[in-house]
Design a protein around this ligand. Structure first.
Ligand SMILES: [Zn+2]
Length: 582
């Protein structure tokens, strides 16, 4: 991508407007402040500088330009963030040539194949060949407009109809298979994956077709009711929520999302005007999917079927959504088996069900009350196994307290027992996460701070040069710039360098401002950061050595164990020197 285009997009957009579209910014002098969405905090430490067109979090060290924010916040790849922001800025993108051109070309091709297939099936649906399917859809209550909008189609009951159409377009069989629209049997024969089925395109966040969910038209009792596209380079099931492309604006506006199980439920809801609805659509709800929703709203209502699978899905949703800080409610269906059916009876009934959704935990407490004899062993068992664990997931302490009291009075269990139980389950979570993340964000903050120091003062360069090693910097981009500063070698990506450098200097300048211009104090603080960076780096090396020692021990390689242990001891000594400076 030509740097000029990136610059043009940045120039036309005000970074504060873009970021302000996602989180609430408060004016702070020439800058803006907000609580950082990328780490847990109550006092705002994220600063947006419209002058420098950068953002930076003093809490966790994340930062960058407007692209960096959108990529992180929306969980997008660079290419997609570029599309999104170019669109916002009204800049037309020249055909994009990424570093990894081959990979990008392949994704584009797979998107084109799926989009062609959607149009092909849609055309068939509107032809005589698709008449029965069309009538079926109309009978199920869909309007012509809805069928158009969702590009619903019909795949003919023929092993090669799509294939023939694609061959005319010079698409080869290998690419059809890669795109998921064709499959290959044991004898090596290639055939259309979807046959005799109503096709529902699955769209990505941007409304591009990435796959299909295809419903059988004539149930023969043998075939699966739904056949879905396999995972492909463009279709990642755990990242895709059905309908999100149509729902995202409404979710943001209403600050609420409704999650349903089936795609027909989702489409029916949209048709009836409930556009903030998305569906899990056959695949299980995942943390990634939830995180995607969580960037649009933290208010989630969901409605899963009353069968066993639906119950399990509900529990799982609670286990994932509560720790992510969602305000979670359950929609109860009374007079219908699913939302689609209820909406068909009357959209008003569905509207009321959504409005009267109950808090997730109240739902389970009610369940404990209605399903078991009061004070029975079965009830206590249900409470301790099914309800108590959720209490530990609640992020808001006031809300947690509310439920502790409620359960205590309702079921006459002492508050102490409940609190002890929560501690146990939360303790487990913490110890698990501690193992998984030995070094945290702080590392990033330190790396940027030291980089800022190097950019800011020649004195600091002289001071740091003899102590720093390139592998003290984990972030490859920061490492590249440091190498450029200290050794005048290596190559870097211009645009990223400029942004990172701006952000790092911004950090140090802000620090100096806070220290009221006292450069001596600043130097001390920078040296301390340098020492911390070194300690982190030594810790990393020690962890790696520990693992190597384990392997060597298993291999009974005594000499190697001794050698590694000596290295470990040397690093401990060096680490101690820096720890003294902190
Ligand atoms: Zn942060």
């Amino acid at each position: 991508m030509a740097d000029q285009v990136l610059q043009e997009i940045k120039d036309r957009l005000n970074i504060a407007d873009v970021i302000g579209g996602y989180i609430t910014l408060k004016k702070a002098g020439v800058n803006f402040k907000a609580p950082c969405p990328f780490h847990h905090e109550k006092t705002p430490s994220l600063i947006v500088s419209p002058q420098k067109q950068i953002w930076h979090c003093f809490g966790c060290g994340e930062g960058g330009d407007v692209f960096g924010f959108v990529i992180k916040y929306e969980n997008l790849e660079f290419r997609d963030a570029l599309k999104l922001l170019a669109d916002k800025a009204g800049v037309k993108l020249p055909s994009y040539r990424p570093e990894n051109k081959h990979e990008q070309d392949e994704k584009d091709l797979l998107l084109r194949i799926n989009s062609f297939a959607a149009a092909f099936y849609h055309k068939v649906l509107n032809s005589q060949q698709g008449e029965r399917a069309y009538v079926y859809l109309i009978n199920r209550g869909l309007t012509k407009g809805t069928i158009e909008r969702w590009q619903i189609g019909f795949a003919p009951d023929d092993f090669h109809s799509l294939e023939r159409a694609l061959l005319v377009k010079k698409v080869n069989q290998a690419d059809m298979i890669k795109a998921g629209v064709s499959a290959k049997n044991e004898r090596g024969q290639v055939y259309d994956r979807f046959r005799g089925r109503i096709t529902f395109p699955i769209f990505n966040y941007f409304g591009e077709v990435v796959g299909f969910s295809a419903r059988i038209l004539t149930d023969d009792g043998k075939s699966a009711k739904y056949v879905n596209s396999p995972e492909t380079p463009i279709y990642n099931k755990s990242r895709t929520l059905f309908g999100l492309n149509f729902a995202k604006d409404s979710i943001r506006k209403k600050d609420e999302a409704v999650l349903v199980e089936g795609q027909m439920d989702c489409i029916a809801a949209h048709q009836a005007g409930f556009e903030n609805t998305v569906a899990v659509s056959g695949t299980a709800l995942t943390e990634v999917g939830l995180a995607q929703l969580g960037r649009l709203t933290k208010n989630l209502k969901f409605c899963f079927d009353a069968d066993q699978a639906g119950k399990t899905a509900s529990r799982r949703a609670g286990e994932m959504a509560l720790p992510q800080g969602f305000k979670l409610k359950v929609i109860k269906l009374q007079a219908a088996k699913d939302p689609d059916e209820l909406i068909k009876k009357s959209p008003g009934l569905w509207e009321r069900a959504v409005k009267e959704a109950v808090w997730f935990l109240d739902y389970y407490i009610d369940l404990a009350q209605t399903s078991f004899a009061p004070d029975s062993v079965e009830q206590k068992h249900f409470l301790s196994a099914q309800v108590l664990p959720f209490l530990g997931f609640i992020q808001d302490p006031l809300e947690q307290d509310h439920y502790i009291r409620k359960m205590s009075t309702k079921f006459s269990i002492s508050e102490k027992i409940i609190r002890d139980n929560i501690k146990k389950s939360v303790g487990k979570q913490i110890s698990e996460s501690a193992v998984n993340s030995p070094l945290t964000h702080n590392g990033l903050l330190l790396q940027k701070e030291v980089l800022g120091g190097l950019l800011f003062s020649n004195d600091f360069i002289l001071e740091a040069k003899s102590q720093l090693e390139m592998n003290d910097f984990e972030d490859p981009e920061i490492r590249q710039i440091v190498e450029l500063i200290l050794h005048r070698s290596g190559s870097t990506n211009e645009v990223n360098v400029a942004t990172l450098a701006k952000e790092a200097s911004f950090m140090v300048e802000s620090q100096l401002e806070e220290l009221e211009g006292d450069t001596e104090k600043l130097k001390k603080s920078l040296l301390k950061s340098l020492a911390l960076l070194k300690v982190n780096s030594f810790k990393r090396q020690q962890i790696s050595l520990q693992n190597q020692v384990k392997t060597a021990e298993l291999a009974k390689d005594k000499a190697k164990v001794e050698k590694l242990s000596r290295e470990f001891a040397e690093i401990s000594k060096a680490r101690l020197e820096f720890e003294k400076q902190i």
